[in-house]
Design a protein around this ligand. Structure first.
Ligand SMILES: Cc1cc2nc3c(=O)[nH]c(=O)nc-3n(C[C@H](O)[C@H](O)[C@H](O)COP(=O)(O)OP(=O)(O)OC[C@H]3O[C@@H](n4cnc5c(N)ncnc54)[C@H](O)[C@@H]3O)c2cc1C
Length: 518
């Protein structure tokens, strides 16, 4: 086989050819002078936008297949946009061919099988609303306008994860357009190797045009936000309440029993009068009296705002404001319980210091995500390699001016490294899974980091320069994320995408033969 060729930008002749190939279909082929082009390259974070050479807005798997086959044959750089929330720029291309799935947002409900069929461009709000009409819900993202595509293909955590596991643990099938334009069904019964790859490393294997998700009967949820002033006394009490409620004792179950989700955050919401506050955004999948009793240790602390009340399930994924249109760079990290009070104080200090230095970044957030991971740990589905009793944390600088890009990104890196130091201070040991790795590793030799949280700089220092260096760096990062699953993914990459068309998020180099060829 031939070596992986360089990808190239789209030229005028490509645009003409694509217009010809897609003529007579419903797909739009857009260049910068066309209406709709600007919207196609918009991303949740303005800092993640790049100008595509051409944007294709398909309405079916067949239309996707025509465009992808052409791009593959012509070695065009390709990006795929689902909900557009990647802050790493993973759904954008500088001059290449963009598949914008924004016109494929239909959800159909199979009430007999209790399954939701979501097209590849759906947002979680689409899925929540469609399921709820029939009294169903599935595990999905906690912010309704996040894309089903990227979130699912990288694993997916949601409000129901404590009871039902990751999103991929509830994915029962998919339709995928491969690099050569073939349209394949994937499930445990059909193309099961492709299905395994999709469950965690899915962005690397094709354009998923349909997700089939298992749904469950769902009732109203007790949910809301409590806001606390960051006094030393409040920090002490909150940290204790969090540790008591979410910590999973060895061999036992947490007090949350998997039905309570939470997010402990540091923020400066607009209505807090310029003050830094501590937010506790929480939900309990159960009746109100039960929820009130369970969250009493929190409400007894004396929040200055408490909106906890019962409401329909879709509301639970609308509690965190989406803040579309700002510049943002997400950095994920990990932590284990118990949280140390001193650590929260040092994060508070750093957060306030940063806000003083950059008054453009008041909307920034630092969050500890809380749930009982027992169910996630119990499953071993797919190529996702980051399961464990650790939890995800998130540093999300949000700002408006491009001149602040560097400063805000640097702050996020520094904060994520503080989480890393704290994790190591908790005595987490590295596994011997993969040599020369960065940070703490879990039982599959992968770092304890969620790849969808843009963790690149937490893994290794960026080494730019030669293409070879870049390739090596990517491979190392991908090994960090996929751990002992990486070699199998490389084999499957050679089978399903040997020229690495899908290469934007933790790209996997197809397995090579001894002569360095694919
Ligand atoms: C505000 C916010 C809230 C979040 N909340 C959560 C949460 O609750 N739980 C959680 O697990 N994560 C969460 N995330 C992280 C989220 O999982 C990632 O940002 C993810 O990339 C979003 O997917 P997307 O489709 O919106 O992104 P995009 O930017 O469109 O895509 C991200 C990657 O997925 C690929 N992709 C997208 N759709 C497809 C498809 N159909 N077929 C093939 N490839 C595709 C893209 O090519 C790209 O590589 C959140 C992120 C943000 C910004």
């Amino acid at each position: 086989m031939a070596p992986v060729p360089d990808k190239r930008k789209v030229g005028e002749a490509d645009v003409q050819k694509l217009r010809q190939l897609l003529g007579g279909t419903q797909a739009s082929v857009l260049t910068p002078s066309d209406d709709g082009y600007s919207a196609s390259i918009e991303r949740w974070s303005r800092a993640a936008e790049k100008p595509s050479g051409v944007s294709i807005r398909p309405t079916s798997a067949e239309e996707v297949a025509i465009a992808i086959k052409y791009a593959c044959e012509q070695n065009l750089d390709v990006a795929v946009k689902g909900g557009g929330h990647s802050t790493a720029g993973a759904s954008s291309t500088n001059g290449g061919l963009l598949i914008d799935l924004g016109r494929m947002r239909e959800v159909t409900v199979d009430t007999d099988k209790q399954q939701l069929h979501a097209q590849g461009g759906c947002l979680w709000g689409d899925v929540d609303e469609a399921g709820w009409k029939h009294g169903f819900a599935t595990v999905g993202g906690t912010v309704a306008d996040t894309g089903v595509g990227g979130l699912t293909l990288g694993g997916g955590y949601g409000m129901l994860s404590g009871q039902r596991g990751l999103v991929i643990d509830n994915m029962v099938g998919a339709t995928v357009v491969l690099a050569n334009g073939e349209i394949k069904k994937a499930s445990k019964e059909e193309n099961s190797d492709l299905f395994w790859a999709l469950l965690g490393a899915g962005q690397n294997f094709g354009v998923t045009t349909e997700f089939v998700l298992q749904a469950y009967p769902q009732k109203d949820v007790y949910m809301g936000t409590m806001v606390f002033m960051p006094t030393p006394e409040n920090v002490t009490k909150l940290v204790k309440a969090v540790n008591d409620f979410y910590r999973v004792p060895e061999g036992g179950v947490s007090k949350s029993e998997g039905r309570g989700m939470g997010l402990l955050g540091l923020g400066k919401p607009p209505d807090a009068g310029g003050n830094t506050v501590i937010l506790f955004i929480a939900s309990h999948d159960g009746p109100e009296d039960e929820g009130k009793e369970l969250f009493k240790p929190f409400s007894d602390i004396g929040p200055i705002v408490n909106t906890m009340a019962t409401g329909p399930y879709p509301m639970v994924n609308n509690m965190v404001p989406s803040m579309i249109g700002m510049r943002s760079s997400m950095k994920g990290a990990a932590f284990v319980l118990p949280i140390r009070e001193e650590f929260v104080h040092s994060m508070l200090g750093k957060y306030q210091e940063f806000n003083k230095q950059c008054d453009d970044a008041a909307a920034s957030l630092v969050a500890w995500e809380l749930y009982d991971p027992s169910k996630v740990v119990a499953s071993d589905e797919g190529s996702f390699a980051n399961r464990g009793y650790h939890l995800n944390s998130l540093i999300m600088p949000m700002w408006t001016k491009a001149e602040n890009d560097q400063q805000c990104r640097q702050w996020a890196r520094e904060m994520s490294l503080m989480f890393k130091d704290e994790l190591e201070a908790h005595g987490q040991t590295t596994s011997d899974g993969i040599e020369g790795g960065a940070s703490v590793r879990g039982h599959k030799g992968a770092v304890l980091l969620y790849g969808n949280y843009d963790v690149g700089n937490y893994l290794r220092n960026d080494v730019s320069g030669t293409r070879a260096n870049k390739g090596q760096q990517y491979d190392e990062k991908s090994r960090d994320i996929f751990g002992t699953n990486h070699p199998r993914l490389q084999k499957l990459k050679a089978k399903y995408d040997s020229t690495n068309v899908f290469n934007k998020l933790f790209p996997i180099t197809p397995e090579t033969t001894n002569d360095g060829h694919l």
